[in-house]
Design a protein around this ligand. Structure first.
Ligand code: ADP
Ligand code: MG
Length: 360
């Protein structure tokens, strides 16, 4: 029997997810900062809350702040508070999140782009447990457990001088890295069922009749760039659009923007007119539903003129995939093998270049 876990709405039974939960249980009781890394929608906020509620601080305050939502001055004053008269509009003394979280836990989300001055103050709180309110000179002492989250690669940011390396060292006592949905294949249908049942309940249905085989296949084959959050949205939308408790959900609308009336963005592509000697390869506005440009060898371009690297590379990729598909009778598994891609990678490219059946 597989180990499965279901508590505080954290669902999952894949090994990579269960390993994360083990790590969370182990580190939760320690008075050490924790860094949570993961793509968007992987459950960073849920994990942060779980760390707090599994710690001895569970009955104390748990405060959160999204660092990316505030500019430098507001962020500093939200975190550390300010004295009366510290700046125009600061009529009264304001307690920051650190003071209000005293004895408990403070979760700082989207930490990566925190301004240098705030990073410096954070370093000092972690090191000495003290800071000054904005406009104040007296040190305030606090006992706060810090949990931070980001979807950026902080070590490479530190290498490039975009994040303080000494702060990263202090924060990274232990790092919890959340697996993306595509590495948790076993969890997709479990999570989908969970979100579908909740949605059915919300719609007042007395039962949920499951997913059709085709619907399951679509859920399993999608790349899930938005991870659990995206899966939740897709499932909820499909249940509510089906709007019938007695039939299995069959139609999965991955992209809510999909519509024949969707306005098309104009994209920059290369002019296809035949080239005469010394003609400039003109880059002109072309509607994205025009036929693709046929890829040509790099040696045939005139690099004394501006060439759009991205457009040329994308045209080449699209052409390659189309040709490989045709050569393999549109069998996607064989095509993926022929290009030394995984099936999911190929599907990703096909989606990008609108080559999936559902996109035509
Ligand atoms: N393991 C999980 N079980 C159930 N729901 C989850 C799980 N992981 C994430 N979610 C849900 O997915 C959404 C995104 O999670 P969130 O913690 O906000 O992600 P992040 O902060 O990494 O962007 C939320 O609605 C959350 O409740
Ligand atoms: Mg988040």
């Amino acid at each position: 029997m597989s180990r499965s876990f279901q508590q505080d709405n954290l669902i999952g039974q894949s090994n990579s997810f269960l390993n994360v939960l083990d790590q969370v249980s182990q580190i939760a009781p320690l008075h050490k900062p924790v860094l949570i890394i993961g793509e968007r929608g992987t459950g960073k906020e849920l994990i942060a809350a779980r760390l707090h509620y599994l710690s001895q601080r569970w009955d104390q305050n748990y405060l959160t702040l999204n660092c990316a939502a505030l500019n430098e001055n507001l962020l500093e004053s939200e975190l550390f508070g300010h004295e009366a008269g510290a700046f125009t509009g600061a009529a009264k003394r304001h307690e920051g999140r650190f003071e209000r979280a005293n004895g408990g836990t403070l979760f700082l989300d989207e930490l990566a782009n925190t301004p240098a001055m705030v990073q410096e103050k954070l370093l000092r709180v972690i090191e000495y447990g003290e800071f000054e309110r904005v406009g104040g000179s007296r040190s305030v002492k606090v006992d706060v457990r810090l949990i931070c989250a980001t979807n950026e690669d902080l070590p490479s940011m530190a290498e490039q001088g975009e994040f303080r390396a000494d702060l990263l060292d202090r924060l990274a006592f232990d790092v919890i890295t959340l697996p993306p949905m595509r590495e948790r294949q076993e969890d997709i249908l479990v999570l989908a069922e969970h979100f579908a049942v909740n949605m059915a309940r919300e719609l007042g249905f007395e039962l949920f009749s499951g997913f059709s085989e085709k619907a399951k296949r679509i859920l399993l084959e999608h790349e899930w760039p938005g991870n659990v959050r995206e899966l939740k949205n897709v499932v909820e939308r499909s249940v509510y659009r089906t709007n019938n408790p007695y039939v299995p959900v069959h139609h999965i609308q991955l992209d809510p923007f999909e519509s024949p009336f969707r306005p098309r963005n104009r994209v920059r592509t290369l002019d296809r007119r035949p080239q005469t000697e010394n003609t400039v390869v003109a880059i002109k506005e072309q509607s994205s539903d025009n036929p693709p440009v046929v890829a040509k060898a790099a040696s045939s371009f005139d690099f004394n003129q501006v060439q759009d690297f991205k457009v040329l590379s994308e045209n080449f990729e699209m052409d390659l995939i189309k040709q490989a598909l045709a050569a393999n009778q549109f069998n996607q598994k064989k095509t993926a093998e022929a290009l030394n891609l995984t099936y999911h990678q190929l599907r990703g490219y096909m989606k990008k270049y609108k080559l999936l059946d559902s996109q035509q």
